[in-house]
Every structure is written in C-alpha cells, then in structure tokens.
Design a protein around this ligand. Structure first.
Ligand code: CMP
Length: 162
C-alpha cells in the first residue's frame, strides 16, 4: 500500500562538519522524494531537549545533547510514498555497525554516537519533530517536480497539436 507521508530528517553536526550535506541530500533526491522544507540551524539546548525528550535519563543523553548542539545541523522535511519507513531504510540502523551496506550510516559512519543523520521512526514522531523544527509557513509543497511539469506540458502540447 502506498501512502503519501512526510518525515523529518536532520544531517547532524558530524555530517555538516565532514562536508557530507550534498552527498546525503542526493540520496533522497535520487530516490525521487520531494524536499519540502530545509534549513541550516544551530540547535539550542532547549530545542535539543524537546527533540530527544524520550531519551532523557538514559546514560548517553548528556553527550547526545552536547553533540547535537556542537555545530549547525541541516533540518529537512521530506515528502513521498511511505516516506517514514523508506527514509529509515536509506538511513540505516542507528548503530552503523548493524547498518546495511549502501545505507547512509553504513557508508559514512563508524559509531552510534556519530551516526551522521537522524530520521523520524514513525508518522507520529515525524509530525512531532517537524513541529519542533518548522513553522507551517516554512514548508513549501506548492511546486511541482520537473517530472510532473514535463508530463503536464507534454499533455498540453499534444492537445494543441504542438
Ligand atoms: P538518533 O536516530 O538521532 O536517535 C537518538 C540518538 O542517540 C541516536 O541517533 C544516536 O546518535 C545517539 N546515541 C548515542 N548512544 C546511543 C545508544 N547507546 N543507543 C541509542 N542511541 C544512542
């Protein structure tokens, strides 16, 4: 079953510092997903606490907050069919050691603490995380992909005998 969804993705500080922004975005564009929100931002401790509230109290929590606030991240809203699950496949397992070859974490990361990227784990998490990082007016889906434009123009040309 195909369901159109939105998911939240963040290229974490290690991904930004290592110059991987372009390579990572390419993976999602190549898949055919539509990026409907994107910004470079500095995560504040308050924002980090909201994002990772489910991990509060865990042994790795303080380091996680330190790391995610250590330099800017690239936050994105990605739209497409079964986007939540599909993006998680492209991202790979949390621990890069267990990530399938060809996934972002397998290809670019070595350890869990520096796993390059975050992606929402459910539709509910996606809604929550998108709401933390984006205002509704910062999401732009009122445009067509090039593929959609070509198909539309082609039909019009045919109708007009052009
Ligand atoms: P992420 O998908 O952003 O969700 C929580 C993050 O905590 C995870 O990726 C890792 O970067 C980080 N983390 C660090 N240590 C652990 C751990 N032991 N278990 C799970 N996540 C961890």
């Amino acid at each position: 079953m195909k369901t159109e969804e939105r998911t939240f993705v963040a290229i974490k500080p290690d991904g930004v510092k290592r110059g991987l922004i372009g390579k990572i975005i390419t993976r999602f564009e190549d898949k055919g997903f539509k990026i409907v929100g994107m910004k470079l931002l500095q995560v504040t401790p308050e924002l980090a606490a909201k994002h990772y509230e489910e991990h509060q109290g865990k042994p790795f929590y303080n380091r996680l907050i330190y790391y995610i606030t250590s330099s800017p991240i690239v936050a994105m809203v990605i739209e497409g069919y079964n986007a939540v699950e599909s993006v998680r496949h492209i991202v790979g397992a949390t621990n890069p050691l267990n990530a399938d070859v060809g996934t972002i974490r397998a290809d670019f990361a070595q350890i869990m603490e520096y796993n390059v990227i975050h992606a929402s784990d459910s539709v509910q998490s996606a809604e929550r995380e998108i709401g933390i990082y984006f205002k509704p007016e910062e999401i732009y889906d009122n445009w067509q992909s090039m593929q959609e434009i070509i198909a539309y123009d082609e039909e019009r040309y045919n109708q007009q005998g052009l």
